[in-house]
Design a protein around this ligand. Structure first.
Ligand SMILES: NC(=O)c1ccc[n+]([C@@H]2O[C@H](COP(=O)([O-])OP(=O)(O)OC[C@H]3O[C@@H](n4cnc5c(N)ncnc54)[C@H](O)[C@@H]3O)[C@@H](O)[C@H]2O)c1
Ligand SMILES: O=C(O)C(=O)C[C@]1(C(=O)O)C=C[C@@H](O)C=C1
Length: 315
């Protein structure tokens, strides 16, 4: 059981959108469906997923008001459309649904990478359709329609990256939707988003995937003791490394330049620490660890270390 959204956010008397379409019913799509329905953010919520088993499960779970049989049926007459599919699938879905989008509709997405999504989606959008890309910086290592819960976005950032010249009213209504789900909205350009997220989200995932793989490769040497004694730091890495393979393959393929730039810097900094260990330079190590401890404490003081969402989920 998840905590109903009404326990942490007010239910609206009037919905923001008459018809909301969600394409892709995984962790993010189903979380939006839960929150938007509980809080009356949309009069009618229609969902679609290309996987028939996912559509069947979404019906069983009672997600939204309707599960459509095609993406085109789902978006017909929608005021707000959110693509909740892997980043690499956004362009193809946009091409598929474009002819059904009505003038004045707002097209959005939740992709973890923004520039590539803007470039893949924008060319397909008909005149009169507004484009307001979004990225809720909130998630878990789980995927699929059962993984969603309504408080996922509570007190978490949602970054909007509207292309220059985007209709201000469309941006304001998209902001309203995310704020309605409890998120804190920030606006920035897509390239800036990709650079920032490369270091705060994408690189940590790559490191986790790598360290867990290395430990597994060493399993023969350590007689599986890495797994047996994985109570602390390593266990945290295994959670991150359990994240969806398709989603993360697409993130790295579509934010290549920013990730490679950050990986280069990371390797240089790692060389400094490697050198300090090799030459017994305790001062360098101590100074570095003191600085990073202060960073963690700053994040905790700001209340941004996975706050209420985790607690609410366990209810
Ligand atoms: N998981 C996270 O932590 C997180 C957080 C923020 C944003 N995101 C972004 O949200 C998006 C969705 O991630 P998720 O975690 O919900 O993934 P998920 O794997 O839980 O769900 C994705 C769903 O999309 C469906 N799908 C794939 N291609 C499709 C297509 N062409 N048409 C229709 N449906 C299609 C899949 O069948 C699946 O059910 C990704 O772009 C990801 O980058 C994820
Ligand atoms: O908490 C987690 O499991 C996450 O990895 C969530 C996380 C993140 O890196 O913070 C992962 C990818 C998204 O694009 C946004 C959020």
């Amino acid at each position: 059981m998840t905590t109903p959204a009404e326990s942490f956010a007010p239910r609206r008397a009037e919905p923001i959108f008459a018809r909301l379409a969600i394409i892709g019913i995984g962790l993010i799509g189903s979380s939006i469906a839960h929150a938007a329905k509980d809080l009356n953010l949309a009069g009618r919520i229609v969902l679609f997923d290309r996987d028939e088993a996912v559509r069947a499960r979404a019906r069983e779970l009672g997600l939204g008001h309707e599960i459509a049989e095609t993406a085109r049926d789902a978006v017909r007459d929608a005021d707000h459309i959110i693509l909740c599919v892997p980043v690499g699938a956004c362009g193809a879905v946009a091409a598929e649904i474009a002819s059904e989008l009505k003038p004045g509709a707002i097209m959005s997405d939740v992709g973890s990478v923004k520039n590539a999504v803007v470039e893949a989606v924008a060319p397909h959008l008909p005149e009169g359709v507004h484009f307001v890309p979004a990225h809720p910086v909130a998630g878990t290592e789980n995927s699929g329609p059962d993984a969603g819960f309504p408080s996922l976005f509570l007190n978490r950032w949602c970054i909007l990256t509207p292309p220059e010249g985007t209709d201000e009213a469309a941006i304001a209504r998209t902001r309203q939707l995310w704020e309605g789900m409890g998120a804190i909205v920030e606006i920035m350009t897509a390239p800036h988003h990709d650079l920032v997220l490369a270091v705060t989200s994408h690189l940590p995932h790559l490191i986790a995937y790598n360290i867990v793989g290395t430990a597994e490769d060493l399993a023969a040497v350590t007689q599986s003791e890495v797994i047996k004694f994985s109570a602390g730091g390593f266990r945290d890495f295994t959670r991150i490394a359990a994240s969806d393979p398709t989603m993360w393959r697409d993130v790295f393929l579509h934010n290549k330049d920013a990730v490679l730039e950050m990986l280069g810097r990371f390797s240089e900094d790692l060389s400094v620490l490697t050198r300090a260990i090799r030459y017994g330079d305790g001062e360098t190590l101590h100074k570095h660890f003191t600085r990073t401890r202060a960073i963690r404490r700053g994040i905790v003081a700001l209340g941004q270390e996975k706050p209420e969402t985790e607690k609410l989920r366990k209810d």
